[in-house]
Design a protein around this ligand. Structure first.
Ligand SMILES: Cc1cc2nc3c(=O)[nH]c(=O)nc-3n(C[C@H](O)[C@H](O)[C@H](O)COP(=O)(O)OP(=O)(O)OC[C@H]3O[C@@H](n4cnc5c(N)ncnc54)[C@H](O)[C@@H]3O)c2cc1C
Length: 88
């Protein structure tokens, strides 16, 4: 969009930071199937957050986004899940 004005993303973008407080509220799945396919089980592995939070070796994924819920308790629950996924 800005290329004709001389903007070169490779040259002009050094990093992208998402500020959670102002603009990065956790994505919530559309409960009315407006944008998302809805499955019976809220933990269905076909949901993008379920795929995105898969363990990668010794790295496990916590945070509210991994529950697709912007509530504090979701972040805490996901933190607990992430810890229990770690190999002992
Ligand atoms: C305006 C607002 C009001 C809200 N009100 C409520 C409410 O009333 N009730 C409720 O339940 N929830 C509420 N929430 C939601 C709740 O605050 C969030 O869901 C919760 O804080 C998310 O926790 P988190 O651990 O996933 O992420 P965060 O709390 O965002 O924690 C992420 C942490 O990672 C750090 N970080 C980021 N990048 C890096 C990096 N590269 N290296 C190291 N650290 C990094 C950040 O500094 C931050 O400390 C509200 C949120 C907002 C924005």
């Amino acid at each position: 969009m800005l290329g004709s004005a001389g903007f070169d993303p490779a040259r002009d973008i050094l990093g992208i930071s998402v500020n959670g407080w102002a603009h990065g509220y956790a994505y919530d799945m559309s409960s009315h199937a407006l944008f998302d396919q809805v499955y019976e089980d809220t933990e269905d592995v076909r949901y993008p957050p379920m795929q995105a939070r898969k363990r990668f070796g010794r790295i496990t994924i916590a945070n509210a986004d991994s529950a697709a819920s912007a509530m504090l308790e979701a972040a805490v629950e996901q933190g607990y899940r992430a810890i229990t996924e770690l190999p002992v």
